[in-house]
Design a protein. Structure first.
Lengths: 88, 184
């Protein structure tokens, strides 16, 4: 799967938000907030093909969590991005 | 007749279309914004909202009920933080003041059955501010980045509120007292 390159991660004041860029008007107002972990994953995967397993391994490399918990979090992150049309 | 050799400190080529001028402003950290603006005791309040939500109506309520208030612009003023500037574009109300004031606050309006005002979080403020800039600017990646940076600086340095309101005197007083204190 791959992240749609029209989505851009931008810092606004104290928040990281995902914007749908290059679209007219109201489209940009569907703003998605990112926490620190999501920002880390975004920087790792936003510009290349990746799998849920790679996201899991990335989490395992950064945090002291069990493989099961990491897979659960990775799946949840990917599913959320899919739901908003960010990942295809 | 007021002339505008420059707007927000940026030289204005005579007769230039407002959208072209906005494109020219953004890389310099300035922009036009769709708003009605009142000046009150030396600072300015910008009222934002979709067309028809009552921005001009709310400004007129301030002019009528809040002493020491004047209209700076009724449609399309210019921003260059920390100031808001009059412009040659003022919608239905002819009000072309080539003056600027420090910004007190941004207030997003919506019509409601009762008056209520609250300060917005970063994400709420972004959603409140972003639709008030020309949507055409979002189609250019560089301009969009300049716009997001400008909105970010607004949220970092100035308060953004939501005012759910009726078109009445109490709404203007609630807004004034929230921003300036109850000190008339």
């Amino acid at each position: 799967m791959k992240i749609d390159s029209l989505f851009k991660l931008r810092q606004v004041a104290d928040e990281w938000i995902l914007l749908l860029q290059g679209q007219a008007g109201g489209e940009m107002t569907r703003v998605i907030a990112f926490n620190e972990t999501s920002v880390m994953l975004w920087n790792e995967f936003h510009d290349r093909e990746f799998t849920t397993e790679e996201v899991r391994d990335c989490l395992l490399g950064q945090y002291e969590v069990s493989p099961e918990a990491a897979l659960r979090d990775a799946t949840s992150w990917v599913e959320t991005l899919k739901r908003y049309g960010v990942v295809r | 007749m007021v002339s505008f050799d420059s707007i927000a400190g940026i030289p204005y080529p005579p007769g230039m279309d407002w959208l072209d001028f906005n494109r020219l402003m953004l890389p310099q950290g300035a922009s036009l914004i769709h708003a009605s603006v009142v000046e009150h005791r030396g600072s300015a309040v910008l009222f934002l909202g979709e067309s028809g939500t009552g921005k001009s109506t709310h400004s007129r309520l301030w002019l009528r009920h809040i002493p020491a208030t004047s209209l700076l612009n009724d449609d399309c003023p210019a921003l260059r933080l920390p100031h808001v500037y009059g412009s040659p574009w003022s919608g239905k109300t002819p009000c072309y003041r080539n003056e600027h004031f420090p910004i007190k606050a941004f207030v997003r309006l919506s019509q409601a059955p009762a008056n209520h005002m609250r300060r917005l979080s970063t994400l709420e403020a972004f959603r409140a501010l972003q639709p008030s800039f020309a949507p055409e600017l979002a189609s250019d990646t560089d301009l969009c980045d300049h716009l997001v940076a400008l909105i970010s600086r607004i949220i970092e340095t100035l308060p953004v509120y939501h005012l759910a309101c009726l078109p009445n005197e109490e709404a203007a007083r609630l807004c004034h007292d929230t921003l300036y204190g109850n000190t008339q």
